[in-house]
Design a binder for this molecule. Structure first.
Ligand SMILES: [Zn+2]
Length: 142
């Protein structure tokens, strides 16, 4: 069993010990402090780098596809876009126009940027829209 090794390893460490875990926020294997254990397994850890407390992730397990050349912000952006696209897959996008009225999570079809999802309404009749190539600020209700 693939889990045996991790379990045995976890059995030798105690709460407040240091352990290397994959950080859910930093997206890499980093030093963490064990916050809690369930039976002999590490349950939760706190990241030394970002301070986030999350479940222990064995760093020897394969991580999601690595794209080291892209900045983390861009990866997060693309993940959000893909998630939003998946969430709204069945929705028909409404064509974007300056006079359009949009609300959060509306799907729009932009003549230049393609399919996008409204992520935020910004004061001053602006909408932030996630497109495949990045977030754009668009005006509406003009
Ligand atoms: Zn972290």
């Amino acid at each position: 069993m693939a889990t045996t090794m991790a379990a045995e390893q976890a059995g030798t460490v105690a709460v407040s010990d240091e352990v290397v875990s994959t950080c859910t926020k930093c997206k890499q294997a980093l030093a963490h402090t064990i916050v809690s254990k369930v039976k002999q397994r590490i349950a939760k850890v706190k990241c030394h780098t970002c301070g986030t407390i999350h479940r222990y992730i064995d760093p020897t397990l394969p991580v999601k596809p690595k794209t080291p050349r892209k900045p983390a912000a861009q990866i997060a952006q693309e993940a959000t876009y893909e998630k939003l696209i998946a969430m709204t897959a069945n929705q028909k996008g409404q064509p974007y126009s300056l006079s359009g009225v949009f609300k959060e999570h509306d799907v729009i079809e932009h003549s230049t940027f393609g399919r996008g999802i409204v992520t935020h309404l910004i004061p001053g009749n602006k909408i932030q829209v996630a497109f495949a190539q990045g977030e754009k600020l668009l005006v509406y209700r003009r």
